[in-house]
Design a protein around this ligand. Structure first.
Ligand code: JDH
Length: 405
C-alpha cells in the first residue's frame, strides 16, 4: 500500500519509521511518502495561511499550495494507469475513524492524507480534490487537536497493521474480527503472585488452572462487565432516549412482571457485590412475588417506543403506595433504570412521576435504600430527600423522607 501525507510539519511523521510500521516500510509492504506543503508555495515567505473571509478567529490554509501539492501527488501515480489515491482529510467535523473504516481502507492500494492546521483548509480545496479523487473527511474522536498530523499517524498505524505481514502473529488479527463489539478482557503474565512492595497481587486462579472452557467463560464475563462499565453504548444502542418524555410510562400489569423481574435483577446486581450478607429482596423475588407486588403497590413501567406505535423494551420502573395504617405517608421505591439508559435523568423524572400520584392526604414521601449504595443515597438527596438517622426499616438500609410541598 502507498500512503502520501501532505503537511507543513514533515518531521511530525517521523515516528512512522519506528516499530512495526517502520519495519513494514523497509520491507516494502508500506510505501509512506511525506510531502512538505511549503514546497508548493511560490512566495518568499512560503505562506500557507491567511485570515478567514467573513471574520472569526485564527487563520485558514490558502488553496493554491494545497491544489498544487495534491496535483503533484496524483501525478506521481503509477505510469499509464489512471490511478488516484483515496484522499483522507482529518478534521474535527469528519466522519468517525473506526476499525471498520481502517479495514476498508486497508483494502485500497493508495491513500493520501491532507494534514491541515490552523482553523482548517479553504473549502475550495475539497472541491478541487473531489473532482479528481474520492475524498473522505475523517475525525479521530470528539476532542480538538491542533492539526491533522496526529490523525495521520493514527490512521497509518491502524491501517498499516492490517496489511498482510505487518503484525507478525496472524492470530492477533483474526481474533479482532471475532470481538463482537465487546471490550477486551484483562491480561496477565508472570509472576502468578507479584509482591508489589508488600501487597501480593495474584493472577485470577481460573487462568492458572488449565481449564480452557472455564478460562473462555471467565474472559467473556470480564468483557461483558467491562463493556457495561466503560462503554454501555456498545451493549445497547439506545441513544434516542434523552429523557422520560421519549418513553411510554404506564401502570404495570402482570403482563409486565417477567421483564420487570429481569430488570430488577440486572439493576440490583451491583448492590449484591458490595452489600455483604444482607438479603436483597429484588434479587431474591420470584416471578410470583413480583406479580404479588403489583397488587400491593402502584408500579409504573417505562418502555421505549417501537416501530408503528408498538412498545419496546421495558427500561425503567418505580412504585408507590400509601403507607399501610398511615395515609399521610407515600412510600416510594424500586426505582430502576436499565444500565444503558442511566445518566439521562430518567430515575429522577420517574420518581417525580410516582410522587405526583400520591393522594391529597399525603404529607410526606418516604423511600428506603441500601446504605452501601452511596450513589443512590446521593440521588435521593438531590431529589430533596433527607436521611432519617439510625438504621433503616430493613437491615443494612437507610430511610429517607421529604415533606410534600
Ligand atoms: C485536523 C486543523 C485544528 C481546531 C474549530 C472545531 C469548535 C478547527 N479528532 C480531531 N480533533 N481535531 C482534529 C483536527 C483538528 C484540526 C485539523 C484535525 C486541522 N485543526 C482545528 C478547531 C477547529 N473548532 C471544534 N468546534 C467544537 C470549532 C480546526 C481531529 C481529527 N482528525
Amino acid at each position: 500500500m502507498r500512503v502520501d501525507v501532505v503537511t507543513i510539519f514533515p518531521e511530525y511523521l517521523a515516528p512512522l519509521e519506528l516499530s512495526l510500521i517502520g519495519r513494514a516500510r523497509r520491507d516494502g509492504v508500506l510505501d509512506v511518502r511525506v510531502h512538505d506543503l511549503r514546497a508548493f508555495t511560490h512566495d518568499r515567505h512560503r505562506t500557507v495561511d491567511d485570515s478567514p473571509f467573513g471574520g472569526g478567529a485564527g487563520m485558514v490554509m490558502t488553496p493554491q499550495p494545497w491544489a498544487e501539492a495534491l496535483d503533484h501527488v496524483v501525478a506521481t501515480g503509477p505510469d499509464g494507469a489512471q490511478a488516484v489515491p483515496h484522499l483522507l482529510v482529518p478534521g474535527p467535523g469528519g466522519v468517525p475513524f473506526t476499525q471498520a473504516m481502517a479495514r476498508r481502507l486497508s483494502e485500497e492500494p493508495w491513500l493520501a492524507i491532507a494534514c491541515g492546521r490552523y482553523e482548517g483548509i479553504d473549502e475550495r480545496v475539497h472541491e478541487h480534490a473531489a473532482e479528481r479523487m474520492p475524498v473522505t473527511v475523517v475525525s479521530l474522536g470528539d476532542y480538538v487537536l491542533n492539526g491533522g498530523e496526529v490523525a495521520a499517524l493514527a490512521i497509518v498505524e491502524a491501517v498499516g497493521r492490517l496489511l498482510p505481514g505487518v503484525v507478525g502473529n496472524a492470530e492477533s488479527l483474526v481474533e479482532e474480527s471475532h470481538e463482537g463489539g465487546l471490550l477486551e478482557y484483562p491480561v496477565y503474565t508472570r509472576p502468578a503472585a507479584w509482591d508489589d512492595g508488600g501487597v501480593v497481587r495474584e493472577v485470577p486462579a481460573v487462568l492458572l488452572g488449565g481449564d480452557h472452557a472455564a478460562v473462555a467463560r471467565w474472559r467473556h464475563e470480564q468483557r461483558l462487565a467491562r463493556t457495561a462499565a466503560r462503554r454501555p453504548d456498545l451493549l445497547a444502542p439506545a441513544a434516542t432516549v434523552a429523557g422520560l418524555d421519549d418513553l411510554d410510562v404506564r401502570v404495570a400489569t402482570p403482563a409486565d412482571a417477567p421483564e420487570l423481574l429481569v430488570l430488577q435483577r440486572a439493576c440490583w446486581m451491583p448492590e449484591a457485590r458490595v452489600s455483604g450478607s444482607w438479603p436483597i429482596p429484588p434479587l431474591e423475588e420470584s416471578l410470583d412475588d413480583v406479580v404479588a407486588g403489583l397488587g400491593e403497590w402502584t408500579t409504573w413501567v417505562a418502555r421505549v417506543p417501537a416501530e408503528g406505535g408498538a412498545l419496546g423494551r421495558l427500561v425503567a420502573s418505580v412504585r408507590g403506595r400509601v403507607r399501610p395504617g398511615d395515609p399521610t405517608v407515600w412510600e416510594t421505591g424500586r426505582l430502576v433504570v436499565a444500565p444503558d439508559l442511566q445518566g439521562r435523568g430518567l430515575g429522577r423524572a420517574l420518581l417525580a412521576h410516582a410522587e405526583s400520584a400520591a393522594p391529597e392526604a399525603v404529607r410526606s414521601f418516604w423511600i428506603n435504600t441500601s446504605r452501601v449504595m452511596d450513589a443512590n443515597v446521593r440521588r435521593y438527596r438531590r431529589a430533596g430527600y433527607r436521611l432519617v438517622p439510625g438504621e433503616g426499616t430493613y437491615p443494612g438500609t437507610v430511610d429517607l423522607t421529604k415533606p410534600r410541598r
